[in-house]
Design a protein around this ligand. Structure first.
Ligand code: AMP
Length: 296
């Protein structure tokens, strides 16, 4: 017999932490039946101001109860990546959720999420092998598979993601459309430190020197965007020069693409994306650029 829902499953005005996917699904289903919309904010925890911005954007959507998931998903990390040392700060994450008036935190264990012998995954298609996918094979299959599971468990009306992970946001838009999830994917602009560095849970790995060098990524994007009127070659040249001048910044890729990450147009809206290793930490960033409007 499944236990009936009680006030311990959802308390207006406080945050309730759920670990059991089936129980959480029953709670969100009951809230939707009572006329509420559900806005899901998927995270891996170690919450910072970027995550707070996502939560605030979720709060202002129509009549929503916000669900924040906190799950460091093992299937999106490669064998030589930072899964074991990824920062975990569950108690302070829940405090932040309480401050931000989140209704529900979903924090499953890996065993709750992945039953023994589960083999079915979501195939991201060719874009999954480009940009981040070239250095991180299998990463986007892991991301899309866990996000699909979260969508099925939480059944959200809205799902909120950051532009910081622009390729991830693009692929989630596509998955929601291609697999008919019937929800709105909402993208939120990147939150930055005053010196331009995009906030990231991984920034805490950086030494003081590396932290200073890491500003080269956002500076390169700004330098590129600044000369966008002169076209793609000028953008890439300006960004590359900025990155080359930074000590200890090992460039992985710098690419101009269309906003949907297809080939960049000659003129008009485009996206400039960068990934680099600073010490042992891999950082990514991106920005919108308007190519060749002739104002340079
Ligand atoms: P993470 O916990 O790093 O996997 O990120 C969870 C969500 O927060 C993703 O949708 C990220 O794109 C988003 N996010 C991370 N950093 C930022 C940032 N600096 N600004 C806006 N969104 C962010």
């Amino acid at each position: 017999m499944t236990k009936p829902l009680t006030k311990d499953d959802y308390q207006p005005g406080d945050v309730t932490v759920h670990r059991d996917p089936d129980r959480l699904r029953r709670v969100t289903k009951a809230l939707k039946a009572a006329g509420r919309n559900i806005a899901l904010v998927p995270t891996m925890g170690a919450l910072h101001e970027g995550h707070r911005k996502l939560i605030r954007e979720a709060q202002v959507l129509q009549n929503t109860v916000v669900v924040v998931s906190i799950f460091v998903n093992p299937t999106q990390f490669g064998p030589n990546e930072d899964f074991d040392r990824y920062p975990r700060s569950f108690e302070s994450d829940v405090d932040i959720c309480r401050e931000e008036r989140v209704g529900l935190v979903f924090a499953p264990s890996a065993d709750d999420m992945y039953l023994p012998g589960s083999t079915v995954t979501v195939d991201p298609g060719p874009l999954g092998d480009e940009l981040e996918g070239r250095t991180r094979p299998g990463h986007f299959a892991g991301v899309l598979s866990v996000v699909a599971k979260l969508f099925n468990i939480v059944q959200p009306t809205y799902a909120v993601f950051g532009e910081k992970d622009y390729q991830q946001l693009t692929l989630i838009h596509r998955m929601a459309r291609d697999l008919n999830f019937g929800l709105d994917v909402v993208g939120v602009p990147t939150v930055r430190e005053p010196d331009g560095l995009a906030l990231s849970s991984r920034n805490r790995y950086l030494s003081a020197e590396e932290r200073s060098a890491a500003t080269a990524l956002s500076a390169a994007l700004v330098a590129g965007a600044h000369v966008s009127g002169r076209g793609a070659d000028a953008v890439l040249e300006a960004a590359r020069t900025t990155l080359a001048a930074a000590p200890g910044v090992d460039l992985d890729y710098l690419e101009l693409r269309a906003p949907d990450l297809g080939p960049a147009p000659e003129n008009g809206d485009a996206r400039l994306l960068v990934a680099a290793r600073v010490g042992s930490t891999r950082l990514i960033d991106n920005t919108a650029v308007l190519l060749g409007t002739g104002d340079e």
